[in-house]
Design a protein around this ligand. Structure first.
Ligand code: PLP
Length: 411
């Protein structure tokens, strides 16, 4: 049972999300697609409106009042993000467009500089395309080889396979902290330590974990950690790459342009210090400011409360959905994150989701940008319901009724 205090805390939080005041097809909107993107609280929307209203000078180059304001807000956001991730310094925080761009940045800088034919990049079978394709691209450019750690029946990583595939040839181990399909939460610290013992560098895809659990990159000892603000109650188009200072300092730039330079002549350009070396052009300043506000929001709630609340929602959803005949859940790890991926025997996932949507319940259906995982599971796609701080047990009941209706209509 969710305690009364927690219930009250989260039912008040729900009121901070304007998106939930609208109807979908005449019914109250039930939003269960937070693994795709979280809704945005009023505090984040207000902060970005304030920024766009009064602070839109360009950063780092304007010598005037509002340019200074913007620069200060942008660099404060960097410091807040460093603190949120437990980084040693704000220099270790690079603002990019999202997780996807962050992984491309690491692949095209660290990967380009350090990989050669015969080297191996180790991934896992539960990765999002964002943590597969950038590595394949750099593997093609350098002659390195991609390997992927297999999974157990319950959707957890097969640690024997990990130990088998990890070797002195492994130069990079890149894995997701939490699967966006199975919900599996990987033991980041343990996996990082093993990969380091083999001499590999470690990149953690934090897209799904940042809204669920506190992160301390120093404690994890990972070399890179990436996430997207939009999955943490923040804006679209803003992502973060954390990189260890000593590694970032050794890397070449990712893109060329303004701000990333120290001196430009037609003969030769020298580059700026980190993190600016990796931030060519005008950055998404409002996005960074919005992320700052989103971090304040999530820390105000507290990860302990979030975990307790979301775990209850997950367990209620799991047990209720399993009552439905023919329904199969993919990913049954005991410590999984707040999402349920499922199919119903004899019904197509797209048809299911369309009917569920007509009931006002927003879920995701398809391959979830994890085609290799779908192939492994032997399905073309699944329906995924994912839960966040603004959901409640009524939402779960709506979901279950909508799935039951869809089943009746389709079978
Ligand atoms: N990695 C995981 C585990 C994800 O769930 C996602 C998005 O769903 C991504 C990476 C890509 O994130 P973005 O599209 O924000 O770059």
């Amino acid at each position: 049972m969710i305690s009364t205090d927690l219930h009250l805390l989260f039912s008040n939080i729900r009121k901070e999300f304007p998106a939930l005041t609208q109807k979908a097809y005449g019914k109250d909107l039930v939003y269960l697609d937070s693994a795709a993107t979280t809704l945005k609280p009023q505090s984040v929307i207000d902060r970005m409106t304030q920024f766009y209203s009064y602070e839109t000078g360009n950063v780092h180059r304007g010598a005037h009042f509002i340019a200074d304001k913007a620069t200060q807000a942008f660099e404060n956001a960097r410091m807040r993000t460093a603190q949120f991730l437990g980084a040693e310094s704000a220099d270790e925080i690079i603002f990019v467009r999202g997780t996807t761009e962050g992984i491309n940045l690491v692949a095209q800088t660290y990967g380009k500089m350090n990989l050669k034919a015969g080297d191996e990049i180790l991934l896992t079978e539960m990765e999002h395309h964002a943590n597969i394709v950038p590595w394949q691209m750099i593997a093609e450019q350098t002659g390195a080889k991609i390997l992927a750690v297999g999974l157990l029946e319950n959707g957890e990583l097969d640690l024997n396979d990990f130990k088998l595939k990890l070797s002195s040839k492994t130069k990079i181990f890149a894995f997701t902290a939490c699967s966006n399909v199975l919900g599996t939460n990987n033991d980041m610290k343990f996996l990082t330590a093993l990969a380091h013992q083999a001499g590999a560098k470690v990149l953690i895809d934090g897209a799904q974990i940042v809204s669920q659990a506190p992160i301390n990159v120093k404690d994890l000892d990972c070399d890179f950690f990436v996430f997207s603000a939009h999955k943490l109650f923040g804006p679209f188009g803003l992502g973060v790459v954390y990189g260890k200072k000593s590694i970032l300092e050794s890397l070449p730039p990712y893109q060329g342009g303004g701000s990333m330079i120290s001196k430009v002549t037609f003969e030769k350009t020298t580059y700026n210090d980190i993190p600016y070396r990796f931030e060519a052009g005008t950055p998404h300043v409002a996005g960074a400011v919005g992320l700052h506000s989103a971090i304040d929001f999530v820390e105000r709630l507290g990860f302990k409360n979030i975990h307790a609340f979301e775990s209850e929602l997950l367990s209620k959803a799991t047990s209720s959905l399993l009552q439905i005949p023919g329904l199969k859940i993919f990913g049954t790890s005991a410590t999984k994150g707040p999402m349920v991926s499922f199919n119903i025997q004899g019904a197509h996932h797209s048809d299911l989701s369309q009917i569920i949507d007509q009931e006002g319940v927003a879920v995701r259906a398809g391959h979830h940008c994890t085609q290799p995982l779908m192939a492994k599971l032997g399905v073309q796609g699944t329906v995924r319901a994912s839960f966040s701080v603004y959901n409640n047990t009524d939402d779960i009941e709506h979901l279950v009724k909508a799935v039951e209706k869809a089943r009746e209509m389709l079978l």
